[in-house]
Design a protein around this ligand. Structure first.
Ligand code: UD1
Length: 342
C-alpha cells in the first residue's frame, strides 16, 4: 500500500493529470470531486492509463459534515492537494458570492479538517493571476502582487493569505502554493484532457474546438498590444509537466525538505508566447488551417506575463519539458478522440 494522498478536484483538468502522476510513483490516491465541472468517466480513464482505480468520493467540500465523515473513514491520509474550485473568470464577475463562498469556504473546511485529523501537508492550486499585470517581466515569486482583476482571481489571492496566516499559528501545518501560468494540452494517451462546458473561455480549447468544426471561428482578442506581434503574451505550460510539479511538491512536504512551512512557486516555462504564435504553432503541429479573425481586446486581459522559473527549477528541481508544439498536438489529439475525428 502506498502513502495516501487526497486530491480534491481530482476528476478535473489539472487534478486528473496529477492523479495519474501520483499513481505512477506509488501514491495511493483518493479523490473528492462533486463533478460540477467534470464527469465520473474520468475515473475510468485514469484507471485505463495507470492500471489503478483511485478511490472516488462524490460530494461538495462546502458540506462540512460529509467532509468530516470522509476523514473519519480515511484517517491515514498524509497529504492533500486541493484543486477543487470554480475558475471561470467571467462567471465570477456575475456571481461573486458564489465564487467567494465555494473557493474560500471549501479551503477553510479543508484546513479545519487538517487540524482536527492532524494532516500536516497541503499543496494548493494558485495562479499567476495574483500578479495582475506586472511592471517587470518575467515575474519572480517576489514580484509584488496586484489587485485581482476578477472575483475568481481574488479568491486565489485571498486563499494564499488564508494559508499564510493559518500556517503561522499552526505549528504542524506545511503548505506549498503552486502559481500556475496557463496550463494547456492533454495526456499523451488522449484519455484525459480539458473538457470545458459550453463555449470555452480559454484559448486552446477554443482553438481545438474550432479545428474540430464545433466553433466557426476563433476570435483573437486584440492585435494592438505592446508585444512583438500585437497579440497578448502568456506562458503556456504543459499540463503533464504541471502535474509533475505537484508530485515534487508533495514529496518535498512528506520528506520534510521544505525550508519554510509556507512556500510558493511559479510553475511556467519561462517563455512568453503570443496568441498568434500559438495559432501558428497549432497549425504547424496539426497541418490544419485555423479560421481566425482579429477582434477587439477582451476586457480584463493582461498584456503580457511569463514566469521566472529559476526558483522552481533550482529549489524544487522541476523543469518544464514539453514543447509548445508537442503540447498543442496533444490538445488536438484529445479533441479528436472525444469528437471521434480520425
Ligand atoms: C484566464 C484568467 C486567469 C485564469 C485562467 C484559467 C483572465 C484575465 N485570466 O487566463 O486568471 O487563471 O484563465 O482559466 O481571464 N484569447 C483569444 N481568444 C479566445 C480566448 C483567449 O484571443 O477565444 C487570448 C486571450 O486574450 C489571452 C490568451 O488568449 O491573451 C489566453 O487566454 P485564456 O486562455 O483565457 O487565459 P488567460 O486569460 O491568460
Amino acid at each position: 500500500m502506498g502513502r495516501k494522498v487526497l486530491v480534491t478536484g481530482g476528476t478535473g483538468y489539472i487534478g486528473s493529470h496529477t492523479v495519474v502522476e501520483l499513481q505512477a510513483v506509488g501514491f495511493e490516491v483518493i479523490i473528492i470531486d462533486d463533478l460540477s465541472n467534470s464527469t465520473a468517466e474520468v475515473v475510468d480513464n485514469i484507471e485505463k492509463i495507470s492500471g489503478i482505480r483511485p478511490v472516488f468520493e462524490e460530494f461538495n467540500l462546502l458540506d462540512s459534515d460529509k467532509l468530516t465523515a470522509f476523514f473519519g473513514k480515511y484517517p491515514d491520509i498524509e497529504a492533500i492537494i486541493h484543486f477543487a474550485a470554480f475558475k471561470a473568470v467571467g462567471e465570477s464577475v456575475e456571481k461573486p458570492l458564489y465564487y467567494y463562498r465555494n473557493n474560500l469556504v471549501s479551503l477553510m473546511n479543508i484546513l479545519d479538517c487538517m487540524s482536527k485529523y492532524k494532516i500536516p501537508n497541503l499543496v494548493f492550486s494558485s495562479s499567476c493571476t495574483v500578479y495582475g499585470q506586472p511592471d517587470v517581466l518575467p515575474v519572480t515569486e517576489n514580484t509584488p502582487k496586484k489587485d485581482a482583476e476578477s472575483p475568481y482571481g481574488n479568491t486565489k489571492a485571498i486563499s494564499e493569505e488564508i494559508l499564510r496566516d493559518t500556517v503561522k499559528v499552526t505549528p504542524d501545518l506545511n503548505v506549498i502554493a503552486l502559481r500556475y501560468f496557463n496550463p494547456i494540452g492533454a495526456h499523451p494517451t488522449a484519455l484525459i484532457g480539458e473538457l470545458p462546458r459550453g463555449v470555452p473561455n480559454n484559448l486552446v480549447p477554443f482553438i481545438t474546438q474550432t479545428a474540430a468544426g464545433i466553433r466557426q471561428q476563433l476570435s483573437v482578442f486584440g492585435d494592438d498590444y505592446n508585444t512583438p506581434d500585437g497579440s497578448c503574451v502568456r506562458d503556456y505550460i504543459n499540463v503533464v509537466d504541471l502535474a509533475k510539479a505537484h508530485v515534487i511538491a508533495i514529496n518535498r512536504l512528506i520528506n520534510n525538505t521544505n525550508t519554510d512551512r509556507y512556500e510558493f512557486f511559479n510553475v511556467g516555462t519561462g517563455y512568453g508566447a503570443s496568441v498568434l504564435e500559438v495559432v501558428k504553432t497549432f497549425e504547424q503541429a496539426t497541418g490544419l488551417k485555423l479560421n481566425y479573425k482579429i477582434v477587439a481586446r477582451r476586457p480584463g486581459d493582461v498584456e503580457k506575463i511569463f514566469a521566472d522559473t529559476k526558483i522552481a527549477n533550482t529549489v524544487l528541481g522541476w523543469n518544464a519539458e514539453t514543447s509548445l508544439f508537442d503540447t498543442l498536438l496533444s490538445a488536438w489529439n484529445w479533441e479528436k478522440r472525444i469528437r471521434n475525428i480520425s
